[in-house]
Design a protein around this ligand. Structure first.
Ligand SMILES: Cc1ncc(COP(=O)(O)O)c(C=O)c1O
Length: 351
């Protein structure tokens, strides 16, 4: 009844964060200002929820395109960028899905759902990307599609423009440059958009994680092909109306992103000063750190009411790594305080 390989898979686990300081999921910690909340509610109130949503979403796509000097036919919308990852993996030519390792897990997960082989290319020890090695693996594994998260999750770094350029100009399959963390990064690679290169973005990290809205920017011909594997009405009426409203107040979210970047600098400097904690530079809204015993540190932090992401089980370059999302200043202080009192980061476990 159900495929054996599906039976072997684990369900995507989301830990219960009730009552915790939630620093595990790259959300924007700032709530929507009350003034916007009321106006937003008024927009929602006037919706005709008995009708299907606007199927083509031309207006919404145009507003998104305007921010990057593009046209509406260069924008594809997804129920989160996760959905566009799935569309790309459905539509791309046969052949492996090439990804750096470690990177965002959904590229591999969705490939497995679709029985597409995955070709992982290990990052260097400093998490940089060797473009020549990546291209060699793409050729050897006859990759039909490749994903490059710029900045990368969970390492937080932004691969060099020259490395991305080399891959963008030489790869013959469909290349997805995933800029989920673009609001917090110094550079963007939209200038590499080509018939086989698309850029993926999302509003999830900017303050609208609950909206589930992601988008791809690309050539009109590529976008129209990918659009064929989009489920009808994938963006519901509430999300469409809300997105149009929020795009008119975009500066609120940009200002919050600026504050998050300032907090990232502050938190990086504090963590850097803690002995036995190795901190990696980040261009995203989270920081990767390495401690002596990540499992024990994770548990101890959890007991103190702070939820971060424990990456230790992934092994390899992520051994003893934790990923902490930038929270509100007081949440970050609480995290630092809790971490400082965790004996496990020093390798002094209780047993
Ligand atoms: C690199 C990267 N791409 C895409 C996503 C998915 O984002 P969305 O909420 O738009 O589905 C994430 C979420 O963590 C991510 O880290």
């Amino acid at each position: 009844m159900i495929r054996n390989d599906i039976k072997q898979m684990a369900v995507y686990h989301v830990p219960d964060a009730n009552g915790m300081i939630k620093l595990d999921a790259m959300e924007n910690p700032y709530p929507l200002p009350d003034t916007l909340r009321d106006e937003w509610a008024n927009q929602i109130r006037s919706l005709n929820i008995n009708r299907y949503p606007d199927a083509d979403m031309n207006e919404l796509r145009q507003s998104i395109a305007d921010r990057d000097g593009l046209q509406a036919d260069q924008v594809l919308l997804g129920n989160g960028s996760d959905e566009i990852i799935q569309m790309a993996l459905i539509a791309a030519d046969q052949g492996a899905c090439a990804i750096p390792q470690p990177t965002f897990v959904m590229y591999e997960t969705v490939s497995r759902w679709l029985r597409r082989p995955v070709a992982g290319v290990p990052l260097e020890k400093d998490f940089s990307l060797n473009a020549d090695a990546f291209m060699r693996v793409c050729a050897r594994e006859k990759a039909g599609i490749a994903f490059l998260a710029c900045p990368n999750n969970p390492t937080g770094n932004l691969w060099s423009r020259s490395a991305i350029q080399k891959i963008a100009t030489n790869f013959r399959g469909l290349l997805i440059i995933d800029e989920a963390y673009h609001p917090f990064a110094d550079d963007t690679y939209t200038d590499f958009i080509a018939p086989n290169v698309i850029v993926l973005r999302t509003y999830s990290k900017l303050g609208l994680a609950g909206l589930r809205l992601g988008y791809a920017l690309g050539h009109p011909s590529t976008i129209s092909e990918l659009n064929k594997v989009r489920l009808p009405y994938n963006i519901n009426s509430l999300a469409q109306t809300s997105a149009r409203f929020f795009l008119n107040h975009f500066q609120v979210f940009e200002e919050q992103a600026r504050k998050i970047c300032q907090e990232r600098s502050r938190l990086t400097a504090i963590l850097d000063s803690i002995t036995h904690v190795e901190v990696y530079p980040s261009q995203a809204n989270f920081i990767l750190l390495r401690v002596a015993d990540a499992n024990a540190a994770f548990e101890a932090l959890q007991q103190k009411g702070v939820l971060v992401k424990n990456l230790h089980a992934a092994g390899g370059l992520l051994e003893n790594c934790l990923r902490v999302t930038i929270g509100l200043p007081e949440e970050n202080d609480q995290f630092v305080k809790s971490l400082g009192s965790v004996r496990e980061i020093m390798g002094e476990t209780n047993h």
